[in-house]
Ligand binder design. Structure first.
Ligand code: PAF
Length: 279
């Protein structure tokens, strides 16, 4: 496994490796956990060459204090990556990715007007800027992204279609802690008490899955929000039941297509997201 910090070095290393076969890519912001490692393991299993990027992308943080607090530990990340058998770790500085300010504006239409897009203005534009840049640098055959960030996945799929990028996006299952909490780099910021209480999020989503279709969509939404907000550690920012494909809010169970419940919850100062397929 080789650590590279510049685009020039990455391209040099990759050119030598590319002839081995397909290139799998796992973009991350570091503070790696078992969820990331499962993406890397899948990429290693399905490709001959694997690149992992570690870059805390300033452009996707709509909240400066969130960017400042975001956990960073390159040494620990490298320790976790070493046994996976990935080939290259690309950990650039911001100037390497953005030698000049990225002023591109992407229009994802209704897809970005709900949930994360609505509550974190500019977030998906920043994600699109960095992901398109990273794809252009790495030129992967496949890119591995977690289903926890369900809307991000939909946005990146649309980005790939819009820019006609020759990359296959591979959605990867959510990996959970023992108590059900979806793994996230931000979990590191939780106190032990908060972490324990945050388990209620997935527990409530599981209950929502059981209740789906037995009470109205509106009742189910209220039920989930009330249950979680009763816990003094938790504060729901949104819980939406949306169409699995176009992410638009569903009003009735009789609407055709798969439905997914997506949630954002503040646990103290830490914002957590999760989701569950409801039918
Ligand atoms: O999901 C993430 O960690 C980030 O949004 C990504 C895709 C690495 C872009 O910075």
């Amino acid at each position: 496994m080789v650590l590279v910090k510049t685009i020039k070095e990455l391209k040099k290393q990759l050119n030598a490796l590319r002839e081995k076969g397909s290139v799998g890519f796992v973009p991350t912001m570091g503070a790696l956990h078992s969820g990331h490692i499962s993406l890397v393991n899948q990429a290693v299993h399905e490709n001959q060459v694997v690149v992992v990027s570690i870059f805390v992308n300033p452009n996707q943080f709509n909240d400066a204090s969130d960017l400042k607090r975001y956990p960073r530990n390159l040494e620990a990340d490298l320790k976790l990556l070493e046994p996976t058998g990935c080939d290259l770790v690309f950990a650039p500085e911001a100037e390497e990715i953005y030698p000049e300010p990225d002023t591109r504006i992407f229009d994802f239409g209704p897809l970005e007007q709900v949930m994360e897009g609505k509550h974190r203005p500019g977030h998906f534009n920043g994600v699109a800027q960095v992901v398109s840049r990273l794809f252009e640098i790495v030129k992967p055959d496949k890119a591995y992204l977690g289903l926890k960030d369900f809307q991000q996945l939909a946005i990146i799929n649309q980005l790939v279609r819009m820019l006609k990028l020759p990359v296959e996006i591979v959605p990867c299952n959510i990996i959970r802690e023992k108590n059900g909490l979806a793994m996230s780099s931000r979990n590191e910021l939780l106190t032990a008490d908060e972490r324990g209480n945050a388990a209620l999020i997935f527990k409530t989503l599981l209950r929502a899955k059981n209740l789906a279709g037995t009470i109205s969509v509106r009742e189910l939404k209220n039920e989930v929000i009330e249950t979680i907000n009763k816990n003094p550690f938790l504060n729901v920012e949104y819980f939406e039941i949306v169409d699995f494909e176009n992410l638009q809010p569903v009003k009735s169970w009789s609407e055709k297509g798969k439905k997914i419940g997506c949630i954002a919850v503040f646990c103290g100062k830490v914002r957590l997201i999760d989701n569950i397929v409801l039918n």
